[in-house]
Design a protein around this ligand. Structure first.
Ligand SMILES: [Zn+2]
Length: 397
């Protein structure tokens, strides 16, 4: 426990330091839930961060550690939550932790918690402040290296080229706003944002790090790894099986399927499959495409991380077909259920319209004929997608 979690831990700076220590100590692919006595840290990370980043951290108290915390959080691939205690048990645990911190401070020398910052994740100016193109550029200008700007520009131009035949010239602002679309879960927006910036430590990143050069290569294919390789080319079982399931799900809509290219994955919903019988896809089809595509890409990335990190010593280790099928089925069902829950009246005017959910998922829902027309309000059965989509599915590419 860091020395600064003494009685001063109530101070936001103490909380920031304690959170930083927790993030540094936790595996980056394991969920982390940070419970603190005040909501200040949660507010800072969720509400004030764009403002801080927008102003380049000038005059922000304790910017060094807050910035390091944000930087470390962006390197995590599992969920991190911030909240205040919800039960008496959690409050007791927190008080005990505080006592322990005080005792540690008295009994042992203070530990230093380094405000460690990984440069490739320090692009953060653009992350939360991409509301306008000008702000995005400001953030990138402030901290990105020339190489990172090159990577971002390369990806943006690939996306523009991919969209040009169907949509004509596309502004970068449209690309940034598409990845922030309300249909895309926040964690996936983050994934797409980092992918466009080339901010993940994969492939070429390792080439110039002595002793780690081997990590640059895909262990299954032997070529230099990249996000494009992981998502669209790799021989890994999870990659081709998951795209196979997406193909099966998508073709239920009666529309043609083509394996998405790397730029079209980054373009999310803007690069929907071509017209069918000369007709552009309807809004609900675009929505389903946006959801299926981005969820699949993110799941492939997560399963690749598990394969490479958890099985570092077994170069040829692969997920088996059953677990890939189970994971895709589970994640797609969760996404459907998130949609259903979002229609709840407690969300007021922000609630998702039931008809949108029905139109989006109708062709994928299991035994839909046996359900009432409005299956979003069914309480007596758990509505889910048709399991035959994953049973005996062949590779899509
Ligand atoms: Zn590969």
């Amino acid at each position: 426990m860091p020395e600064d979690t003494t009685p001063a831990a109530n101070h936001p700076q103490g909380e920031t330091l304690a959170a930083l220590k927790a993030v540094l100590d936790a595996p980056w692919d394991a969920p982390l839930h940070i419970v603190s006595s005040s909501a200040q840290l949660a507010e800072g990370m969720t509400q004030k961060l764009p403002l801080w980043e927008d102003r380049g951290w000038i005059e922000v108290d304790g910017a060094t550690y807050t910035r390091a915390l944000v930087n470390q959080l962006r390197q995590r691939c599992a969920i991190t939550t911030f909240r205040t205690p919800r039960s008496g048990g959690e409050k007791d645990t927190m008080l005990a932790a505080r006592d322990h911190a005080v005792a540690s401070y008295v009994q042992s020398p203070p530990q230093h918690v380094p405000p460690r910052v990984t440069k490739s994740f320090d692009l953060s100016g653009a992350k939360m402040s991409t509301l306008t193109q000008a702000l995005a550029y400001r953030g990138i200008r402030a901290s990105a290296t020339a190489t990172e700007r090159r990577t971002t520009n390369k990806h943006l131009s690939e996306i523009r080229a991919c969209l040009a035949p169907r949509k004509g010239p596309v502004q970068d602002g449209e690309i940034w706003s598409e990845i922030r679309h309300a249909d895309i879960r926040r964690v996936i927006t983050d994934f797409l944002w980092k992918s466009i910036h080339g901010a993940y430590r994969i492939g070429s990143y390792w080439k110039n790090i002595p002793g780690y050069e081997e990590r640059a290569k895909c262990r299954l294919c032997g070529v230099t790894e990249s996000m494009a390789h992981i998502l669209t080319e790799c021989a890994a079982l999870e990659r081709w099986l998951i795209w196979g399931y997406v193909e099966r799900a998508w073709t239920r809509t009666g529309r043609a399927w083509s394996m998405p290219s790397w730029p079209s994955i980054l373009a999310a919903g803007q690069a929907t499959p071509a017209r069918t019988n000369g007709k552009p896809p309807r809004d609900n089809a675009v929505r389903l495409w946006r959801i299926l595509l981005t969820e699949a890409a993110y799941l492939i990335w997560c399963m690749r991380c598990e394969r490479v990190i958890r099985h570092e010593d077994e170069a040829a280790w692969q997920h088996d077909e059953r677990s890939v099928a189970g994971r895709w089925y589970l994640s797609t069902n969760r996404r459907l259920r998130l949609d259903i829950e979002s229609t709840h009246s407690r969300f007021g005017r922000l609630a998702l319209k039931r008809q949108i959910v029905l139109d989006t998922w109708h062709q994928l829902v299991w035994d839909v004929q046996a359900l009432p027309d409005d299956w979003t309000s069914v309480r007596w059965v758990l509505v889910g997608i048709d399991p035959t989509i994953v049973n005996n599915a062949g590779p899509g590419s």
